[in-house]
Design a protein around this ligand. Sequence first.
Ligand SMILES: [Zn+2]
Ligand SMILES: [Zn+2]
Length: 320
Amino acid sequence: MRAMLLDRPGTPLRLADVPRPEPDPNQVLIRVHACGVCRTDLHIRDGEVEPGHLPLILGHQIVGTRVDTGERVGVPWLGWTCGRCRYCLSDRENLCENARFTGRDIDGGFAEYAVADERFVFSLPRDYPHLQAAPLLCAGLIGYRALRFTGDAKRVGFYGFGAAAHVVCQVAVHEGRRVFAFTRPGDLEAQALAAELGADWAGDSTMQPPEELDAAVIFAPVGALVPTALRAVAPGGTVVCAGIHMSDIPSFPYVDLWRERVIRSVANLTRADAEAFLALAPEVPVKTTVTTFSLEEAELALEKLRSGAIKGAAVISVAA
Ligand SMILES: [Zn+2]
Ligand SMILES: [Zn+2]
C-alpha cells in the first residue's frame, strides 16, 4: 500500500510502498478514506513529541471502512489502554500509564490502510462526508474536552483559531456561551472565520479582549500566551492549555494567578469523550471547514500548518 513515512524527526515525510498491515486478534483492518492533520502530527514530525517507533506513519483522525464489516468508522488518538492501571481503574483512561496512541505508537492514517483496536474505533455521524468527519476525531474530541474544563464559563477566550477552535467555537455558541477569538497578529482570515462561526469578538492575541473573560483555552503551542490569558480572565477563571506540547511558559507575577485563577492542561481523551462528542456534533450541528491535501502532499500540509496558512482543518484525502 501507499503510505507517507517519517524516517526520522526533523526530516520530511516520504511516500513509500509498504506492506498492508495485518490486524492482531483484537484489531480490525481499516481502508482509509481520509485522515485529519493535527498539530500533534507536526510536533512528532519536528521532534517535539517523541515517536513510538521509526519509520512511523502519522495521522490519528482516521475516517475509514472496516474491511470485515463494511462499517464506516473513526479512529482517534487514544489507540489502546491497559485497563489495569490506577488511571484506567478510576475512569481516567486518558492518563493510562501504558497507553498507546494512534500515529505515534501504532501506525496511523497517512496511508491506504491502518489497523486499530476494535474497542477504540467509533461509528461516525452519517451526515458527515469523509473529509468533513475527519477533524471531529481530534480537533473536535480533545477540543471538546478542553471546553468542558472551562466549567460554566459564559465568556470564553480561544487563543489560536485553527482546527480545534473552529469546531469548539460552534459548540460553545450552541451552549449559549460568548466566544472571544484570538489569532496570530494580522490573521484576518481566521478572525473572519471566527466571526462567521458565531464568535462575539475576534482580534490579535496581543490585544486585550473588550471585557474580562470567565475562562480561556489556549490551542496555540505558545507558552507566552499563558500569562497573557491569565491577565484576560476574571478572578476564579480557568486557563486551559489544550495542546500536547507548548514552548516554555515565561515567569509572571503571582498577582496574575492570585484570586483563585487556575491553569490546567488537557491530556488525550477517553472513549466516553468520543461517544459524547460524536453524538453532540450533528446536533449543534458542527460544520467543519477543511483544506484538503492528497496523500503525497502530507508534508506540504504539515508545512502549511506550521506557518499558520490553513483555514479551519487540514485533511488528507486518501481514497473515496
Ligand atoms: Zn490530535
Ligand atoms: Zn491503564
